[in-house]
Design a protein around this ligand. Structure first.
Ligand code: NAD
Length: 344
């Protein structure tokens, strides 16, 4: 595994993964391919950018010429994070999500096959299983995505797994629950609420705040993805869960406490269509086959994350106003001036 290509490495999870994988002794080189969309920030890579091991390429995963040239440069393994990742933005804008998350994946697997890449990890989400009223979804569960983001991710999973079946490309798929941690773009619920509450601004919850998500520290997801990269069996899917289940109201309670705010900062607004009530995955396969075990406690992880946003206002304050205006305009059912988050 000498030369690893990480797509979307300037985003939230991808940047954590790059910082992790460059420390591996058997990795001599890491190429990062990222289009630097609104969600991608080269600053997320920090000093990793200065490492002799790292090369940053500003490009689009849908650009077959760029991807082919990269793969031709001795790539042994690919970890594919690049995606349109925010559920709210996918409502009424499925085209862009399908384009990057499905066609982008197709371009990558085709090039990886042409150049004999030894391992291709496609990073996906528990949202592809759709909502569950009870029980947990194993890797064998049917895909029942509801929102356009999840539909595009499920289709990307099928493209990647299809490349294994039809071309023999050694593909693994990871499906993790909701990630949290430093460097997350402040449009998803945790960084959105923290950055608003730290400024004394109100936040909104849908309905009664009853929607349940499993919260996994980003470092635990990255550890699981590395385990899949190294030891995952080609053609297999691995669920990466084991975080903490919380309703959005329970999560809000933690965040209010950490930010020194009270419940009068919270407004309740009507629910949105297809706001999945609950996701839950069975991650025993990754535990038993790969030794995957999340290490971070929710209490410590949320405190660390809140502290990071408190200490780094220069990283998120310029982003919040302009970028969240875009979210608001694409979710015009919302009462201004409050943003409305979803679980992921
Ligand atoms: P993110 O939005 O923070 O980062 C996405 C990155 O991809 C950005 O750097 C962006 O510039 C880049 N990108 C977008 N379109 C591109 C394109 N066409 N070409 C090249 N680069 C492009 O996302 P994230 O939260 O870090 O998620 C990473 C991956 O993990 C995604 O595939 C997402 O579906 C998956 N995932 C995320 C979560 C979560 O809780 N955040 C949970 C499960 C799975």
């Amino acid at each position: 595994m000498r030369h690893v290509l990480v797509t979307g490495g300037a985003g939230f999870i991808g940047s954590h993964f790059v910082k992790r994988i460059i420390q591996a002794e058997d990795v001599a080189r890491v190429s990062v391919l990222d289009a630097l969309t609104y969600a991608g920030h080269i600053e997320n890579l920090g000093t990793a950018c200065l490492s002799d091991k790292v090369r940053f390429v500003h490009g689009d995963v849908r650009d077959a010429a760029v991807v082919d040239a990269l793969m031709a440069d001795g790539i042994n393994a690919v970890v594919h994070f690049a995606a349109e990742s925010h559920v709210d933005r996918s409502y009424g804008a499925a085209g862009g999500f399908l384009s990057t998350n499905v066609l982008g994946t197709q371009v990558l697997v085709d090039a990886a096959h042409r150049h004999g890449v030894g391992k291709f990890v496609h990073v996906s989400t528990d949202e592809v299983y759709g909502p569950l009223t009870q029980g947990t979804a194993s890797e064998e569960a049917a895909l029942r995505p509801t929102v356009p983001y999840a539909v595009s991710k499920a289709a990307g999973d099928l493209v990647a797994l299809g490349a294994h079946r039809t071309l023999g490309l050694p593909v693994c798929v990871t499906r993790s629950s909701n990630n949290y941690g430093p460097y997350q773009y402040p449009e998803k619920i945790i960084p959105l609420f923290v950055t608003r509450l730290l400024r004394g601004l109100p936040v909104t919850l849908h309905d009664r705040g009853q929607h349940v998500r499993n919260w996994l520290h980003v470092a635990d997801n990255c550890a699981g993805i590395e385990a899949v990269l190294r030891d995952g069996r080609p053609g297999e899917v691995y669920n990466l869960g084991g975080g903490t289940d919380l309703s959005s109201k329970e999560l809000t309670g933690y965040l209010l406490n950490l930010c020194g705010a009270a419940w009068d900062a919270v407004a309740y607004i009507p629910d949105r269509p297809a706001n999945d009530l609950r996701y839950s995955i069975d991650w025993t396969k990754a535990r038993d086959q790969l030794g995957y075990r999340p290490q971070h406690s929710l209490v410590d992880g949320l405190a660390e994350t809140t502290e990071w946003y408190r200490r780094n206002p220069d990283r998120w304050a310029p982003l919040t106003t302009a970028a969240l205006c875009t979210v608001l305009s694409s979710t015009c059912r919302l009462p201004a001036p409050l943003e409305t988050p979803r679980g992921h």
